[in-house]
Design a protein around this ligand. Structure first.
Ligand SMILES: Nc1ncnc2c1ncn2[C@@H]1O[C@H](COP(=O)(O)OP(=O)(O)OP(=O)(O)O)[C@@H](O)[C@H]1O
Length: 258
């Protein structure tokens, strides 16, 4: 039976690409309001898993339970309406649009007006446009992007673009936020700043977060719960302390990281 405290459950989820098992009967759950980190070597199925949860891939077997409702397959539009937001490993921003226009684009699946009407501020629903614009500005302020609000995204630093991508995902007020390597390519200071932002948004909005990150030191300091994958299978699943001290994880993955 589904525990009410779990926002997300994966039951025996499998996914293959031409015979390669990207996910192999994977099961774990994520409690409401918690930060869960997925770690594991390259090519172990972490991004594929986020793609299954957000409806980009359809699992070959198993199911996803979101807030007590079972899904064999979720389509991306439905995922957005169900309150699943996500960022991508290589951000999915409109490089020629401004920060604000990109953040507004994050609301395109959530209103009556079309994406173009929202971004370019014309069309049928003036009240909706006003409330979306206010939401976008609140998130822009929360992420410290006010001074860049009207700048074109391609002119911004990589770290700032990552924050814009996060703002675009956050503006729809998702209950589950999937972050695919939000700190990739950042230096240690930028990673610490992004880690603080993620922790703060989790506390301020109560958003449940599943994130992929390779920097184990950052992950163990940020997450409430860590799932370790290897070749599409779960190797370990527990609190940072449990995972840090798991002999299988130390042998297979963590090595001498402290
Ligand atoms: N669209 C696809 N077509 C074919 N094979 C794929 C596809 N997506 C993923 N794979 C394969 O599935 C396996 C898991 O890949 P995935 O990208 O999910 O791993 P990952 O843990 O996210 O890796 P990384 O840390 O490098 O991003 C790999 O063998 C990969 O080559």
């Amino acid at each position: 039976m589904t525990g009410v405290s779990n926002l997300l459950e994966l039951n025996q989820v499998s996914l293959s690409f031409r015979g390669v098992k990207a996910l192999n009967a994977l099961s774990f759950s994520v409690e409401k309001g918690k930060i869960c980190a997925l770690i594991g070597p390259n090519g172990t199925g972490k991004s594929s898993l986020l793609n299954v949860i957000s409806g980009i891939y359809r699992a070959d077997a198993g199911d996803v339970v979101l807030d007590g409702t079972h899904f064999e397959a979720i389509k991306p539009g439905l995922a957005a309406r169900l309150g699943i937001g996500r960022t991508f490993q290589h951000n999915a921003l409109f490089r020629r649009l401004t920060v604000r226009e990109n953040v507004l684009a994050g609301l395109s699946r959530h209103g009556r007006a079309t994406f173009v009407e929202n971004v370019f501020r014309f069309g049928r629903d003036r009240d909706e446009r006003r409330s979306f614009a206010e939401r976008a500005d609140r998130i822009i302020a929360f992420l410290g992007l006010e001074k860049d609000r009207d700048r074109v995204v391609s002119t911004l630093s990589y770290g700032t673009q990552k924050r814009v991508d996060l703002a675009r995902a956050l503006v729809s007020e998702p209950k589950l936020l999937l972050l695919d390597e939000p700190m990739a390519g950042m230096n240690q200071d930028e990673k610490k700043a992004m880690s603080r932002i993620i922790s703060e948004l989790n506390k301020s909005f109560g958003t449940t977060i599943v994130l992929i990150e390779h920097d184990v030191g950052i992950v163990l300091g940020l997450a409430d719960h860590v799932v370790v994958l290897d070749y599409g299978r779960k190797v370990a699943d527990g609190t940072p302390d449990e995972v840090r001290n798991d002999p299988d994880v130390i042998a297979a993955y963590l090595g001498t990281v402290h």
